[in-house]
Ligand binder design. Structure first.
Ligand SMILES: *Cc1c(COP(=O)(O)O)cnc(C)c1O
Length: 411
């Protein structure tokens, strides 16, 4: 096989298989020998790559679909920085290869369009990300693709909902608004027995805390905007697939024109270097805040996968390697205007969409559901992202916020 020219991303340090994840995170995607010794892979800001000879284009035309071909020919097909990010995420998660995308939602749309076609049916967990739901409800029907939502804890019971044309089962574990943890191996068994694929939104756990491909997932997507970038300063997504699906998914997403910038890929790679230390801190602080909230008289329920009362906690303990900073809690019923008072009184928990950055955030959640979750207590549901601030300061902030609520709800 002809060696591709300018294949500067072809020799990323392959982590030693005995290395633990903390060690792998310091090496994944790096290739100093091909980049003047630079510790970090540089930002290749290039729409165009000059071909040194006519055979470069011929190589690409013959081998461009080969996953091992790493020549760079045109920016929309990637560059050494984006390739390094794709490889790093895929290797950490245990998948075959990654595909960088401009946002997490683009990763969802691109991956679904890559495997589903007109006439297909998709089974989607009812607790999925709200904007993914908009895609299933508003966009896909126009292309002849039907969706049925299943109750998140249904497990192997999804078998009864599978139709002859069910192509895909779509999971998000835990769901990022009500936090039920689905049994991914059970969903994979049933999907595969019926010739369907299992796709997972693995944004919450990240490739560090849930190894999607050893639990039967065929396609994993990440909103890298959240923990992978980790600093609330870039939009980024990534799709990771099995070897069997990679060529099909890559072909589709590249034909659809999806790519992300080298600058954002660089931020994703930089975020990966500290992913483990950040997540351990988010995990510790979020658990402390969750346990503190459980003791408060104003709080009806805390929905955190690492606490026994969360639906799917057993699955969490069996399959996940850690928990992160995002969880929910329910305030005992209060008038909506008091929810506003509570939210606006907080100083460290800012109101905002997104999560996964260094800073704490809060928002009220009103999950649209086909199957109202019996598991969520009556009251007002909030979602917290516990950031990297000192946990004592976060608890003091929540305490002063809760003190704005009148005593009737303190019973
Ligand atoms: C934010 C988010 C997405 C979408 O990611 P964007 O980068 O914002 O497009 C998808 N899934 C989950 C669970 C998310 O929280």
């Amino acid at each position: 096989m002809t060696q591709p020219r300018f294949s500067s991303a072809s020799t990323h340090t392959m982590p030693d298989s005995t290395w633990r994840d903390d060690t792998r995170l310091t090496h994944l995607g790096r290739d100093p020998a091909s980049h003047a010794g630079a510790v970090n892979i540089p930002v290749y800001r290039s729409s165009t790559f000059i071909w040194p000879d006519t055979s470069t284009l011929e190589d690409y035309q013959h081998q461009g679909a080969d996953p091992n071909y790493r020549g760079h020919i045109y920016g929309r097909n990637g560059n050494p920085t984006t390739a390094a990010f794709e490889d790093a995420v895929a290797q950490l998660e245990g998948g075959f290869r990654g595909l960088i995308m401009p946002s997490g939602l683009a990763a969802i749309v691109g991956a679904v369009l890559a495997v589903a076609q007109a006439g297909d049916h998709i089974l989607v967990t009812d607790n999925c990300y709200w904007h993914a739901r908009q895609v299933f409800d508003q966009v896909l029907p126009r292309y002849g693709i039907d969706t049925t939502y299943f109750a998140p804890m249904l497990g192997e019971g999804i078998g009864a909902l599978i139709r002859p044309n069910t192509r895909l089962v779509y999971a998000e574990a835990p769901g990022s608004s009500t936090f039920e943890v689905q049994d991914i191996p059970a969903l994979a068994r049933v999907a595969h027995a019926h010739g369907a694929l299992l796709m997972l939104d693995n944004t919450w756990a990240t490739p560090l805390f849930f190894k999607a491909f050893s639990h039967g997932v065929d396609i994993s997507i990440h909103a890298a905007t959240k923990y992978l970038v980790g600093h609330s300063d870039a939009m980024l997504g990534v799709i990771v697939t099995t070897e069997a699906l990679y060529a099909q998914v890559r072909g589709a997403v590249r034909h659809l024109g999806y790519i992300a910038s080298a600058d954002d890929a660089y931020l994703g790679l930089r975020g990966l270097r500290t992913l483990s230390v950040r997540l351990r801190q988010h995990e510790r602080s979020a658990l402390a805040v969750a346990r503190w909230l459980q003791q408060r008289p104003e709080v009806a329920q805390v929905l955190h996968p690492a606490l026994p009362e969360c639906p799917g906690h057993d699955v969490f303990k069996r399959d996940f390697l850690g928990s992160t900073g995002l969880f929910g809690f329910v305030l005992k019923p209060i008038p909506q205007h008091l929810a506003k008072t509570f939210l606006e009184s907080l100083r460290l928990f800012a109101m905002g969409a997104s999560w996964g950055g260094f800073e704490s955030l809060i928002r009220q959640q009103i999950p649209p559901r086909d199957h109202p979750s019996a598991a969520v207590a009556p009251g007002l549901l909030f979602r917290l992202h516990v950031g990297l601030e000192a946990v004592e300061d976060l608890l003091a902030d929540l305490q002063q916020g809760l003190e704005h609520l009148p005593s009737p709800c303190k019973t």
